[in-house]
Ligand binder design. Structure first.
Ligand SMILES: Cc1cc2nc3c(=O)[nH]c(=O)nc-3n(C[C@H](O)[C@H](O)[C@H](O)COP(=O)(O)OP(=O)(O)OC[C@H]3O[C@@H](n4cnc5c(N)ncnc54)[C@H](O)[C@@H]3O)c2cc1C
Length: 431
């Protein structure tokens, strides 16, 4: 696709930046991906892989003279094995389709996030996406058993292992998980499925302090015996902005410094319900929770999650589409936030607290270089990471050394040079 067809195509990313590739190709098979890459490799033409375009770090930026390779025609589920609980899937398949197909077989794919309607399996793998269920099921890395990738020179690397255990030397799939399109183009994958939960119990809890929040997480993990599947923290600043959108009824008054949206998934509906209610009662008795709104139906649950997922309300209120995605040890979080808050003003904060992951938005909408330095430099002393789950892309590339040692960067460059000696794959991203 080029000329007027390409101009008519919407290539504006989530951050608002427009990609302007010289050419957009839409291969329909692994062989076609291999042919495109072999040709580009021979001529030294850069190639930028494009999935659903929902990435948040400008990982799909492309300029004139670059070829954008979209996986949109490589869609579809090849097979589900309900006994081994695996799914063979093409990389252009959208996450919501994976969820739907898994549920047909009484199974689930536990990686879930707000962009489920557009993010593709290949993009989720390339960014090692996390999302709402990481506290129990891990990130993409823990839910991909095998994959197929095409290397920069067009070599097809088939590594479609479908077993949980396979210790036969280097596990090559991990090179591509989280590599953001810089080491190869993911074309197919084997996903690990889980039994669909027979029960889901969800509650929004008002929490009186950060100390109580950290204790609440540990208490619930212990009391719910491994069934805690989400622990999302919402600071009052977040809760107020989302309620001000007028799209939600407040499940709890906006008078607590912190809220936790918690969910437990289990396999025994009667006992699970009793255990969930007992756990909430216990943490309330212990003073870790001052008020609670329990979802009594699926519609209630959706209403609670809609508050957590209403990122558009933040964008409308603050005028920025970007949020800082950082992680750091729980004991360091409060000090970190107050330190950067002193320099940057009011913060809107929420995040997957069960994974030590915070999303921070500057209330005045700023995202300038100085703000970046404040946010990232302070992480170094607290032992945090500049990217918990969104990746590096172009946006965080100048700050990668805050989270990686010089020796790690040398090793990363050596891997890049070995797999992509001409540097044609997604140049300017990550490294
Ligand atoms: C509303 C919203 C909520 C979100 N919530 C979360 C969240 O909770 N957790 C989280 O981790 N992320 C979240 N994200 C970020 C985003 O959804 C993920 O990064 C997602 O994995 C990107 O998938 P994609 O298909 O859209 O990839 P794209 O945005 O198209 O690409 C992302 C990167 O992967 C590369 N890439 C894409 N496809 C391939 C492929 N087949 N082979 C090799 N490289 C490829 C691209 O070059 C780029 O570097 C959210 C985004 C939005 C908009």
């Amino acid at each position: 696709m080029d000329g007027p067809d390409l101009e008519a195509r919407d290539l504006v990313g989530v951050t608002g930046r427009q990609a302007e590739p010289g050419l957009l190709v839409r291969p329909a098979s692994t062989n076609e991906v291999a042919a495109v890459l072999a040709t580009c490799h021979e001529r030294g033409v850069p190639v930028v892989p494009l999935g659903g375009g929902s990435g948040l770090v400008d990982g799909t930026q492309a300029g004139p003279g670059q070829v954008m390779l979209s996986l949109e025609r490589m869609r579809g589920i090849e097979a589900v094995d309900p006994v081994s609980r695996t799914m063979h899937v093409r990389a252009g398949t959208v996450l919501a389709e994976v969820h739907r197909e898994a549920s047909v077989h009484g199974l689930s794919f536990p990686v879930d996030l707000g962009a489920r309607g557009s993010a593709q399996v290949g993009g989720l793998i390339a960014t090692n996406a996390g999302g709402n269920g990481v506290v129990r099921y891990g990130m993409m890395r823990g839910n991909v058993l095998g994959l197929e990738a095409v290397l920069a020179d067009g070599t097809v690397l088939e590594s479609m292992n479908a077993m949980v255990k396979d210790n036969t030397g280097y596990d090559l799939k991990h090179l591509f998980i989280g590599s953001e399109g810089t080491l190869g183009v993911v074309t197919r994958a084997v996903l690990r499925l889980r039994p669909a939960p027979a029960s889901r119990h969800t509650a929004l809890l008002a929490v009186p302090s950060f100390d109580a929040m950290a204790r609440l997480l540990n208490e619930l993990e212990g009391r719910l015996g491994g069934s805690l599947s989400a622990f999302e923290a919402l600071w009052l600043s977040f809760y107020e902005v989302v309620l001000a959108s007028g799209r939600h009824q407040a499940p709890l008054p906006a008078d607590s410094p912190l809220y936790a949206l918690v969910e437990a998934q289990g396999g025994d509906p009667d006992r699970d319900e009793e255990r969930f209610h007992r756990a909430i009662a216990a943490v309330s008795d212990a003073g870790l929770v001052t008020d609670a709104a329990l979802a009594m139906s699926a519609a209630d649950r959706e209403r609670l999650w809609a508050i957590r997922d209403d990122i558009p309300a933040l964008v409308e209120a603050v005028g920025t589409k970007l949020n800082y995605d950082v992680s750091l040890p729980l004991p360091a979080m409060e000090a970190y936030l107050s330190e950067i808050g002193e320099l940057l003003g009011d913060l809107i904060v929420f995040g997957h607290l069960g994974d030590g992951n915070l999303h921070v938005i500057l209330a005045d909408g700023g995202y300038g270089a100085d703000a970046n330095r404040v946010v990232y430099d302070a992480l170094v002393e607290h032992g945090g990471s500049i990217s918990a789950e969104h990746g590096i892309g172009e946006v965080k590339r100048p700050y990668l050394d805050r989270s990686r040692t010089p020796q790690e960067l040398i090793a990363m460059r050596a891997i890049k040079a070995a797999l992509d000696p001409k540097g044609i794959l997604n140049p300017g991203k990550v490294l």
